[in-house]
Design a protein around this ligand. Structure first.
Ligand code: UD1
Ligand code: MG
Length: 455
C-alpha cells in the first residue's frame, strides 16, 4: 500500500480566541483540540506524523509527546508557510500526505479514510475535504467551474460578493500527492488580503501545472467545524458532548436529560447506569454498571464501581467501591476510598482516607488522613483533627468501633477495634480494644440558678 503521511498544523496563536491559552490546546469535552486530532490521525495509521508548532510549542509538544515528529514555524506566515516547514521530514518522499488543522476537533477517522479513498480513486494530486455550510462565514469557499470541476479556494477576506454566497467550504483538511505538494509550495506567494502564504493557493498552482484536483464533500458539516473563536468552541463542545452521550446511550447507559449532561471524551460507563440531569463526569473517570449518578453531581478522575448510588455530590480522584452510597452533598477529595456497602451521608467531606466495608459516616463530618476499618459508625459532626498548623497526622480506627456524635479525634491517634468513644469527646490519646473513651468536662447542674441569670 502507498505510504501515508500526516502534517498537523498547530503553530498559530489563535488571536481570535483572545486567550492566554494557545488555540489548539483549548479543550473540547475535556481534551485539547489537538489531542482529538492526533488520536483520529493515529487511527488512520500513517507511517509518519509531523506537527508544525510555533506559538506555545513547548506546551503542544508536552501534550502530544513522542506520537509525532515536530517542526518549528518561527513566524506564523500562513498555512502554506506552515506546511513548508515539514519539508525537512517529508520532501522527496513518495506517498500521500494528509494535511489537517489543529482546530478541527470533530473530524472522524472514518471521514479521513473516505478522503484518502476518494483521493486515490480520482488519482488526484490534491483532494480537498469540503462540506456544505448553512452559514459559510469565515471559511474558504470552493470555487467550481460550470461543470463542477474545482478551480480554486477563495478565502472569505479575498472573496467577491458572488463568491461569498457560495456555501461549499474548505474544511482545511486535504490529501496531497506528497511530491506534488512540496513542489507546488515553492510557488505560492503572499498576494492576498492577509499578506500570508495560503496553503489554499496550492490548488490553483497544481491546476495550472495540469494536475488533477478533486474535492470530496462530507455530508456532515458539523464534523468540519473549525474553531477560531469562543463561539465556535462552545458549538464544538456541544456537538462533541452530544456525540459522546449518544455513544454511551447506544452502549446501554440511560440519560435523564442528555442535553444537560457533560461527559468528557474518554470516560467509561457500564450498562444500566442512570445519569440524571446536570451531571458532569470528567477526566479519566470509570463508572461501573447499575450505578445511579444523581442530578448535579460532579465526578472527576475517579472510579465508581457497580451498583453505587451517588446523590448530588462532588467526587475528585477518589474510589467508591461496589454497593456503597454517597451523598447528598458529600465531597470526596483526592485519595478518598469508600469501601463496599459503606454509607457516606450528607455534608461529609473525606480526604486521603480509607473507609472500610459497611462503615457509616452519615452526617456533617470531616474525615482526613485516616484509615477506618469495617462496620464502624461515625456519628454526626465528627471532626478528624488531622492538621496541627504545620503537619498532617493520621487516625486509625479498628473494626466495629462506635464514634459518638460531635467528637474531635485529634491525630495522631489509634482507636482499637470494638471500642466506643462517647459523644462530645475530644480524644487526644489512643483507645484500647474494647474500651469506652470519654473526653469531656463533667456536667454540673446548679439548682434553681436559671432565674439568677441576667436574661
Ligand atoms: C483555514 C483555511 C480556510 C478553511 C479553514 C477551515 C487557509 C488560508 N485557510 O482558515 O480556507 O476554510 O481553515 O477551518 O488555509 N497555522 C499555522 N501556522 C500559520 C497559520 C496557521 O500552523 O502560520 C495553523 C493554525 O494553528 C490552525 C491551522 O493552521 O491550526 C489553520 O489556521 P487558521 O488561522 O485557523 O485558518 P482559518 O482562518 O481557520
Ligand atoms: Mg481555523
Amino acid at each position: 500500500m502507498e505510504k501515508r503521511y500526516t502534517i498537523i498544523l498547530a503553530a498559530g496563536k489563535g488571536t481570535r480566541m483572545k486567550s492566554k491559552l494557545y488555540k489548539v490546546l483549548h479543550p473540547v469535552a475535556g481534551k485539547p483540540m489537538v489531542e482529538h486530532i492526533i488520536e483520529r490521525v493515529i487511527e488512520t495509521k500513517p507511517s509518519e506524523i509531523v506537527t508544525v508548532v510555533g506559538h506555545g510549542a513547548e506546551k503542544v509538544k508536552e501534550q502530544l509527546g513522542d506520537r509525532t515528529e515536530y517542526v518549528v514555524q518561527e513566524e506564523q506566515l500562513g498555512t502554506g508557510h506552515a506546511v513548508m516547514q515539514a519539508a525537512e521530514f517529508l520532501k522527496g518522499k513518495k506517498g500521500t500526505t494528509l494535511v489537517i488543522s489543529g482546530d478541527t476537533p470533530l473530524l472522524t477517522s472514518q471521514t479521513i479514510d473516505h478522503l484518502f479513498d476518494y483521493h486515490q480513486g480520482k488519482k488526484a494530486s490534491a483532494t480537498i475535504l469540503t462540506a456544505h455550510a448553512d452559514d459559510p462565514t469565515s471559511y474558504g469557499r470552493i470555487i467550481r467551474d460550470h461543470v463542477g470541476i474545482v478551480e480554486k479556494i477563495v478565502e472569505q477576506k479575498d472573496a467577491t460578493p458572488e463568491e461569498i454566497r457560495i456555501q461549499e467550504i474548505n474544511t482545511g483538511t486535504y490529501c496531497f500527492d506528497n511530491e506534488a505538494l512540496f513542489d507546488a509550495l515553492e510557488k505560492i506567494g503572499t498576494n492576498n488580503a492577509q499578506g500570508e502564504y495560503y496553503l489554499t493557493d496550492i490548488i490553483e498552482i497544481l491546476k495550472a501545472d495540469g494536475k488533477t484536483v478533486a474535492a470530496y464533500q462530507t455530508e456532515d458539516f458539523e464534523e468540519s467545524i473549525g474553531v477560531n473563536d469562543r463561539l465556535a468552541l462552545a458549538e464544538a463542545n456541544r456537538i462533541m458532548r452530544r456525540r459522546i452521550n449518544q455513544m454511551h446511550m447506544v452502549n446501554g447507559v440511560s440519560f435523564i436529560d442528555p442535553a444537560t449532561t457533560y461527559i468528557d471524551a474518554g470516560v467509561e460507563i457500564g450498562s444500566d447506569t442512570i445519569i440524571e440531569a446536570g451531571v458532569q463526569i470528567q477526566g479519566k473517570t470509570v463508572i461501573g454498571s447499575d450505578v445511579v449518578i444523581g442530578a448535579h453531581s460532579k465526578i472527576v478522575d475517579s472510579i465508581v464501581e457497580d451498583n453505587v448510588e451517588i446523590k448530588q455530590s462532588v467526587i475528585e480522584e477518589a474510589i467508591v467501591r461496589k454497593n456503597a452510597d454517597v451523598g447528598p452533598y458529600a465531597h470526596l477529595r483526592p485519595q478518598a476510598e469508600i469501601g463496599e456497602k459503606a454509607h457516606i451521608g450528607n455534608f461529609v467531606e473525606i480526604k486521603k482516607a480509607k473507609i472500610g466495608e459497611n462503615t457509616k459516616v452519615g452526617h456533617l463530618t470531616y474525615v482526613g488522613d485516616a484509615v477506618l476499618g469495617e462496620d464502624i459508625n461515625v456519628g454526626c459532626g465528627v471532626v478528624f483533627v488531622n492538621y496541627d498548623g504545620k503537619n498532617k497526622h493520621q487516625t486509625v480506627i479498628g473494626d466495629h468501633v462506635f464514634i459518638g456524635s460531635s467528637t474531635n479525634l485529634v491525630a495522631p491517634l489509634m482507636i482499637e477495634k470494638n471500642s466506643v468513644v462517647a459523644a462530645g469527646s475530644t480524644i487526644t490519646e489512643d483507645v484500647k480494644e474494647g474500651d469506652l473513651a470519654i473526653g469531656r468536662a463533667r456536667q454540673v447542674n446548679k439548682s434553681g440558678y436559671a432565674s439568677h441569670l441576667p436574661f
